[in-house]
Design a protein around this ligand. Structure first.
Ligand SMILES: *[C@@H]1O[C@H](CO)[C@@H](O)[C@H](O)[C@H]1NC(C)=O
Ligand SMILES: *[C@@H]1O[C@H](CO)[C@@H](O)[C@H](O)[C@H]1NC(C)=O
Ligand SMILES: *[C@@H]1O[C@H](CO)[C@@H](O)[C@H](O)[C@H]1NC(C)=O
Ligand SMILES: *[C@@H]1O[C@H](CO)[C@@H](O)[C@H](O)[C@H]1NC(C)=O
Ligand SMILES: *[C@@H]1O[C@H](CO)[C@@H](O)[C@H](O)[C@H]1NC(C)=O
Ligand SMILES: *[C@@H]1O[C@H](CO)[C@@H](O)[C@H](O)[C@H]1NC(C)=O
Ligand SMILES: *[C@@H]1O[C@H](CO)[C@@H](O)[C@H](O)[C@H]1NC(C)=O
Ligand SMILES: *[C@@H]1O[C@H](CO)[C@@H](O)[C@H](O)[C@H]1NC(C)=O
Ligand SMILES: *[C@@H]1O[C@H](CO)[C@@H](O)[C@H](O)[C@H]1NC(C)=O
Ligand SMILES: *[C@@H]1O[C@H](CO)[C@@H](O)[C@H](O)[C@H]1NC(C)=O
Ligand SMILES: *[C@@H]1O[C@H](CO)[C@@H](O)[C@H](O)[C@H]1NC(C)=O
Ligand SMILES: *[C@@H]1O[C@H](CO)[C@@H](O)[C@H](O)[C@H]1NC(C)=O
Ligand SMILES: [Cu+2]
Length: 564
């Protein structure tokens, strides 16, 4: 904290001195008793805070976060959306880029924020610990740079979460044992609070106090575990200006759709005169799967400051789409365009493609143990896969195995480029729903231009999947419903100003095409950001080899990298 204060003081006098660009944080992982929905329980937190502390930096800053594990669980943290250019050792997914930080150990994450500004978030990346271990990452523009919109009066992080009365670790552990779906959450939260729509929770309500006639920047973060969300504020429209720490062409909307893993900055212009009313901010799920889901609504209050009139009862509620409003979601998603203004953000869309991939994503099954019946479909266990491979995490970290050239017995690089047995992906489900298992990766040279089509399957029912790629942003060049048509669909690709993100919702019963350049050496995880699907194997990893220049090579591991 001292370093940060020093930094701010100096930089107000000088112009961004080099000595001022390191931000030090200490994250102590500790148990903390908290009460929600009238039940007190001990949860795992950073520094006793839920949601966790804000990490604030400027574009170009180096960030050092010392994580000290003082709980009995293994821990890793991930800086979701941070490019981690040549700092893959700090990315964080357990058994992918690092072994966990074990009880009593510590590890310092070390990365520099390059070419990004906006909102991202940090979260645990092991088992389901991110349900309570998460917090905002706020990246301010460089000192001499402005926003591409008028400077807001105030900035407010709004982080959505999902709360279980039970221990989320027990919830996923039980589900993996029985083979069935995990128990759904008991509430959604806004900045850690469920609000008055839940029993015994009205005291636990987030309130945003605003002044009339001002513009607020809301930094929306979906940190929920398994649910995409609709969000809106009664009687107010929102202007979307940024997604996943990249500026977009502004557009206004009364409802925001946000998948787990996505972040969106919106401008809220308050009414010019004090209204005698309270406005509800609400979020509720967008859900397309066959199983049960938490169908509740979380609410918070938008209140105008100042002498409040007698008429305190006027409360307005926003109208949100139905839980399965897929057409609304598709229309909303298509409005995102990169700002593509040379002063702020250029859409560097790869125009030519070196390697094409076609990946199916969806659910399937694995057999139950002999002689027993499991709780998944027809007595099997639920599984999930990419190109029918359900990804098994190794007992050591893939990045270390790659760096030390010891892949033998740990992983192979034969991940299928296309489905091995093509079928009608979104048609009548096939009889055989079994997935295969393996730790299979794709290995690519540095600076390969990749086009990847992600195709949802209807094997166990069509469902949208928020796919997240580590280490890169990608451009969403096309999307549609049904099966991808490799002849006609590319004719409609947007190669001019497509939105650049790190997480994309693969449409339910549809496909999405993305492009990215492998300009970052390392091992990069890609997975569904529904944690239940990740746990079931909807994950894989890309190896990006070193380039010829020293500046294109992954440095050796830091001395304190945890061991397995
Ligand atoms: C949490 O509460 C339990 C019992 O209610 C108590 O034993 C424990 O010491 C508390 N833990 C912390 C970290 O305060
Ligand atoms: C946490 O820290 C305290 C004080 O340093 C120590 O007594 C305790 O054993 C630690 N617990 C764990 C689980 O590391
Ligand atoms: C971090 O780990 C090192 C090496 O085990 C140890 O010397 C140091 O005391 C630890 N620091 C904290 C704050 O736990
Ligand atoms: C952080 O990483 C950079 C780049 O690899 C390295 O030069 C620096 O020494 C590291 N700092 C710490 C405190 O580990
Ligand atoms: C801010 O400073 C950097 C580094 O000196 C420079 O590259 C950039 O063009 C400047 N931006 C503006 C908007 O002046
Ligand atoms: C809020 O919107 C409702 C429905 O559109 C309208 O009836 C009401 O007058 C509005 N209230 C305020 C204070 O804007
Ligand atoms: C709000 O209430 C005050 C006092 O009751 C009244 O003077 C004012 O006109 C009301 N404003 C609106 C927008 O209804
Ligand atoms: C979800 O709840 C809403 C009302 O809050 C209800 O209309 C809808 O049918 C529910 N959907 C499901 C799938 O339970
Ligand atoms: C949404 O669900 C309702 C039942 O709750 C159903 O009647 C409706 O057809 C569904 N809409 C879509 C677009 O699937
Ligand atoms: C989505 O857009 C299409 C085409 O513009 C339109 O026909 C449809 O009504 C829209 N759906 C919703 C829910 O807005
Ligand atoms: C399954 O049942 C058969 C017949 O009852 C028995 O021979 C076999 O050992 C059992 N297998 C397992 C894994 O329990
Ligand atoms: C923690 O991680 C280590 C290294 O992978 C592993 O051996 C150990 O079993 C894990 N402990 C727990 C409690 O999961
Ligand atoms: Cu999924």
């Amino acid at each position: 904290m001292a370093a940060l204060l020093f930094c701010v003081l100096v930089s107000s006098i000088l112009t961004e001195p080099a000595s001022c660009t390191t931000r030090h944080y200490t994250f102590n992982i500790v148990q903390k008793n908290v009460t929600r929905l009238c039940k007190t329980k001990s949860i795992i937190t950073v520094n006793g805070k839920f949601p966790g502390p804000r990490l604030i930096a400027r574009e170009g800053d180096q960030v050092l976060v010392k994580v000290v594990n003082n709980v009995t669980n293994n821990i890793t943290l991930h800086w979701h959306g941070i490019r981690q250019l040549r700092s893959g050792w700090s990315d964080g997914p357990a058994y992918v880029t690092q072994c966990p930080i074990q009880t009593g150990q510590n590890y310092t994450y070390n990365f520099t924020i390059t070419g990004q500004r906006g909102t991202l978030f940090w979260h645990a990346h092991i088992s389901w610990l991110r349900s309570t271990l998460h917090g905002p990452i706020i990246i301010l523009p460089k000192k001499n740079e402005t926003y591409p919109f008028r400077k807001p009066y105030k900035e407010v992080p709004i982080i959505f979460g999902e709360w279980w009365n039970a221990d989320p670790e027990a919830v996923i552990s039980e589900a993996l044992q029985t083979g069935g779906g995990p128990n759904v959450s008991d509430a959604y939260t806004i900045n850690g609070r469920p609000g008055p729509s839940y029993n015994c929770s009205s005291k636990d309500t987030f309130k945003l106090k605003v002044k009339p006639g001002k513009t607020y920047l809301l930094r929306l973060i979906n940190a929920a575990m398994n649910d995409e969300l609709f969000f809106g504020i009664a009687n107010h429209t929102l202007t979307i200006v940024e997604a996943d720490a990249v500026y977009v062409k502004p557009f206004s909307t009364s409802v925001v759709v946000i998948t787990p893993g996505q972040t969106t900055n919106v401008l809220l212009k308050t009414k010019s005169h004090h209204p005698n009313a309270t406005f509800i901010m609400a979020a509720q799920p967008y859900s397309t799967g066959q199983g049960t889901f938490d169908n509740s609504t979380v609410t918070a209050f938008l209140e105008y400051e100042g002498k409040n009139p007698s008429n305190k009862n006027a409360i307005f509620t926003p109208t949100l789409p139905q839980f399965n409003a897929t057409s609304f979601v598709a229309n909303f998603t298509k409005k995102f365009r990169s700002l593509n203004n040379p002063k702020y953000t250029i859409a560097n869309v790869p125009q030519k493609v070196d390697k094409q991939f076609f990946f199916t994503v969806g659910l399937g099954t694995t057999p139950c143990n002999q002689n027993s019946t499991c709780a998944g479909p027809n007595g099997t266990k639920f599984a999930a896969s990419v190109n029918n491979v359900s990804f098994a995490l190794p007992a050591t970290a893939l990045l270390q195995a790659h760096f030390s050239k010891k892949s033998n017995g740990i992983y192979t690089t034969d991940f299928p480029t296309n489905p091995q047995n093509p079928f009608n992906y979104t048609g009548t489900p096939p009889n055989n729903t079994l997935v295969s298992n393996g730790t299979r990766l794709v290995s690519l040279p540095f600076n390969t231009s990749v086009e990847l089509v992600l195709q949802d399957t209807s094997i166990l029912g069509a469902e949208s999947h928020p796919l997240h790629l580590h280490g890169f942003n990608f451009f969403i060049v096309g999307e549609g419903f049904g099966n991808y048509d490799p002849t006609n669909d590319p004719l409609n690709f947007n190669l001019v100003d497509p939105v650049e993100r790190n997480t994309v919702g693969v449409p339910s019963g549809g496909w999405v095409a993305i492009r990215f350049l492998t300009d970052n050496p390392g091992v990069w995880f890609m997975h569904c950001h529904f944690d239940v699907h990740t746990s079931w194997g909807l994950r894989m990893a890309w190896i990006v080899l070193d380039g010829p220049l020293p500046s294109q090579q992954l440095p050796p591991p830091p001395f304190d990298l945890p061991k397995c």
